[in-house]
Design a protein around this ligand. Structure first.
Ligand code: Z5A
Length: 208
């Protein structure tokens, strides 16, 4: 079985962390070797860039500066962690990847797809996720789940409209690339969300 590059995406509070733990258990149960990582982050330098990106600050952050920092972290993460793991036959589970950039910077910040696509090609070459698990729910539900946490970061301080643009960009991309995306209804109780995930994972791994 070839190693796969799987990413988990969705808006704020959609349950990525909770469900990545389930995906890890599912893979372990089948004896599949995997590595779990996240973006922005995944290496020392990329985690430092993540800290800079998420920190609330008085200074207005330029949208293109934000975009470039995300891709700087991604270049480091890809060359030091993701590509070596895939080369060694290890499946990679990544909490967010470039679909998040299309959704948050392209859609949320309204930068559009052009600038994201140029950097995607420059940094990733042909590397794209084999499977994008898009956890989807209404923005209000996600925000109310996430609100239970303290100290919102720079993204969590955004307004409802921002997250609606992010959600719709994700859904548009999923509609354009149905072979690569699986949309999971994350508004359901956890057991139902995980049953959907198990079905999609079985489809991708058991038929390989
Ligand atoms: N960002 C970007 O702008 N551009 C990029 O290219 C990339 C990222 C890669 C940090 O991401 C920020 O980076 C992110 C976008 C930006 N900011 N935002 N928004 P992150 O992934 O680290 O942060 P996050 O989106 O805030 O994720 P999170 O904090 O890890 O939340 P989550 O993992 O999706 O949710 P959770 O912690 O698993 O669940 C939230 C709560 O809901 C928790 O209490 C659960 O117990 C509960 N939960 C989960 N599932 C259920 C169900 N089914 N029913 C009821 N309750 C549930």
């Amino acid at each position: 079985m070839s190693a796969k590059f799987i990413t988990v995406e969705g808006i704020e509070g959609v349950g990525k962390t909770t469900n990545i733990a389930f995906i890890q258990r599912w893979l372990s149960g089948r004896g599949i070797r995997y590595l779990c990582t996240r973006e922005p982050g995944g290496t020392k330098l990329a985690e430092e860039l993540r800290g800079l990106l998420l920190k609330p600050r008085d200074e207005q952050v330029d949208d293109v500066a934000e975009l470039l920092m995300i891709f700087a972290a991604r270049a480091q993460h890809l060359s030091n962690v993701i590509e070596p793991a895939l080369r060694q036959g290890t499946t990679v589970i990544c909490d967010r990847f470039t679909d998040a950039t299309y959704a948050y910077q392209g859609g949320g910040r309204d930068l559009g797809t052009g600038k994201v696509a140029v950097l995607e090609q420059m940094v990733q070459g042909d590397r794209r996720p084999d499977l994008v698990l898009l956890l989807d729910l209404p923005v209000e539900t996600g925000l109310s789940r996430a609100k239970k946490r303290s100290d919102p970061d720079r993204f969590e301080r955004e307004q409802l409209e921002f997250f609606n643009r992010v959600r719709h960009t994700y859904l548009d991309r999923a509609g354009q690339m149905p072979d690569r995306y699986a949309i999971i209804d994350a508004s359901l109780p956890l057991a139902d969300v995980q049953a959907q995930l198990a079905d999609v994972l079985s489809e991708h791994f058991d038929n390989d």
